[in-house]
Design a protein around this ligand. Sequence first.
Ligand SMILES: Cc1cc2nc3c(=O)[nH]c(=O)nc-3n(C[C@H](O)[C@H](O)[C@H](O)COP(=O)(O)OP(=O)(O)OC[C@H]3O[C@@H](n4cnc5c(N)ncnc54)[C@H](O)[C@@H]3O)c2cc1C
Length: 328
Amino acid sequence: MFNKKNTYEQHDNESGSFYRSSIKPYNSLDLLNEDLEVDVCVVGGGLTGVSSALNLAKKGYSVAICESRLIGWGASGRNGGQLGIGMRKDQPYIEKKLGFDHAKELWKMGLESVEEALKLISEYNISCNLQKGVISAGCFETDIKDFDNEINHLEKYYNFTNHKILTKKMIKEEINSELYFSGLINYGSYHINPLKYLLGITEELKKYNVKIFENSPVSKLIEKNDHILTYVNQNLITSNYVVVGCNGYLDKLLGNIRSKFMPINNYIIATEPLGEKKAKEIIKNNHAVCDTRFIIDYYRFSEDWRMIFGGGETYSAKFLHNSKIFVW
Ligand SMILES: Cc1cc2nc3c(=O)[nH]c(=O)nc-3n(C[C@H](O)[C@H](O)[C@H](O)COP(=O)(O)OP(=O)(O)OC[C@H]3O[C@@H](n4cnc5c(N)ncnc54)[C@H](O)[C@@H]3O)c2cc1C
């Protein structure tokens, strides 16, 4: 059923990407042409790999990253750019499933992760078009009641007041569409160009002498008693620890785990630049938007006023060739 190709190879023949065209290629100068020993080998150059590398290197570990293609090749360099605080489900739902204390821990984690991203953007002066506010746009008449309950609950139990409810009239003013019955603006969430953000963090790795090997797919990991062998092209990296940050591109690298997760692909496209005036006629205050359906539509404007629009899902290890028709 699954493709014979490695999942990351499915992006090889893509015709172009807005995010890629918005950055200067990173082009790491590190080349792995001999065997290497490090404390930690990180597999995958997305947000998981790069931020693990940064945090480990700051603690004094020697670190090497192996990325099959280019930094940001996977989801981190091709996502919706929404930097959101919340979970997919609201807090009362999570409380029912996991209990209040656990739900509160998860809520705090959401707040902290946005805080951490904002801190990195400011500390490293990352120019990634940071914009405030994400609107949850209600596709159903009953959504306003749910938004109201959510706001009250978050105020009462989480001391969170950074929300604003939008009535039908108000959401029409924010988003020029007939689709929505109501909305909820979350001012604690933001949107960014995710690839610029990732490369901004990657740049910092140089200060800590992290080796970054692009075009270096890992073909095998072998665990020995007191070290791990990582096979990369013709070379071998020996390390005490390995961080595997391959996301849904993992394939068989960790053996049977592959049969325990289900690939869910989501698709995103960018329009031509529409100009600031047109963009603000569509989304008045340049917030990002996601709707309340099970398979969501989500969109926002880029730094050059393209609409970045995501939606649709497929459930297979094979990506669609023409996502444009599917998403739009
Ligand atoms: C279309 C889309 C929209 C999304 N929108 C949002 C959003 O708006 N907000 C949000 O918070 N999240 C969003 N997400 C989710 C988010 O992008 C991911 O959760 C996040 O980027 C995962 O980061 P990662 O580093 O774990 O994985 P990835 O960024 O996917 O990185 C994995 C890396 O591993 C590499 N790799 C794989 N196999 C090997 C190997 N054998 N050897 C070496 N390297 C290998 C790949 O090339 C890839 O670069 C979206 C995801 C998608 C697909």
